[in-house]
Design a protein around this ligand. Sequence first.
Ligand SMILES: C[S@@+](CC[C@H](N)C(=O)[O-])C[C@H]1O[C@@H](n2cnc3c(N)ncnc32)[C@H](O)[C@@H]1O
Length: 250
Amino acid sequence: MPVAADLRARADALRWYHTIDLGNGIVTKGVDDTPYRLARLEFPASFAGKTVLDIGAWDGFFSFEAERRGAARVLATDHYAWHGAGWGTGAGKAGFELAREARRSKVEDLAIDVMDLSPQRVGGTFDVVMFLGVLYHLPHPLLALERVASVTRDLLILETVVDMVGAGRPALAFYPGKELNNDPTNWFGPNIEAVHAMLNTVGFRQVRTVTPVPSAPYRAARAVSHWMRGKNSFSLAFRQDRASFHANRL
Ligand SMILES: C[S@@+](CC[C@H](N)C(=O)[O-])C[C@H]1O[C@@H](n2cnc3c(N)ncnc32)[C@H](O)[C@@H]1O
C-alpha cells in the first residue's frame, strides 16, 4: 500500500482527541478543534532553543507544535488519557505514537501524574511549560500548581475552564459530581481572579490573561444554547468559559 494510503488507514482506525496534521495531506479527525484553541493561546511564534514540557499532552498536538516552532527539547507527559481505564477516547497512547512517527518527531514522552511532577522526576526544570485543559480535572488544584511551578523555569502557558465569572473576588466552583459538562473527572472551575491569585501564591511573579472572557450578552446567548441542548443549566453556563494565561517566574 502507498505510504500515504497506509498512514490514512492507520489514522482512520483510531479515535482522536486532537486535530493534527500528519503530513501527506492527512489531518486527524479529532473531536477537539485544536487549531482553533491554538489561536487563543498566544503561543510564542518561536521556541528556538527552549526546553518545553507539555503536561497532559494526550495526542500531543501542542508538543508537536512547540517542536515545529524550534524547541530544542520537548517532553510530553500524561497519565489518564494514555493509561487510565475508561478515560478519553479509549485509544490510549496510540494516537500520540502514530503522530510522532508520521511527523518524524523527536518529542520525548513520560507517563506521570501531575501530582508526581518534580525536577528529579522530569530531569530538571523547563523554560516553557504547557498546562492546557488539565487544571479543572484535578481534585487538588493549588497543590497541582505547586508541582507545575516546581518544574517551570520561566513561562507557564495555562488554559482552563473558568467559572464564577463576575464573583468579584477569587473563587472556585466545586463540581463534586458531574456538574461540569456531565463529566465526573471535572473537579474545580476557578475564576480569572483565582487563577491569578493561585499562580502568584505558587511563585509566578507576573500573570497575564491572554483571552478575556466574552461579554455578558454573548455569554447569555451561549448559555441559552447550552440549556436548549441539555448540556448545562442556563445559570451555570452563563458563569463559565475557557481562558488562557501566561505566567512568568523570572
Ligand atoms: C481535556 S484533556 C487536554 C489535553 C491537551 N492538554 C489539550 O489541551 O488539548 C485533559 C488531559 O489531562 C490529562 N490529565 C488529567 N488528569 C491528570 C493527572 N492527574 N495527571 C496527568 N494528566 C492528567 C488527561 O489524561 C488528558 O490528556
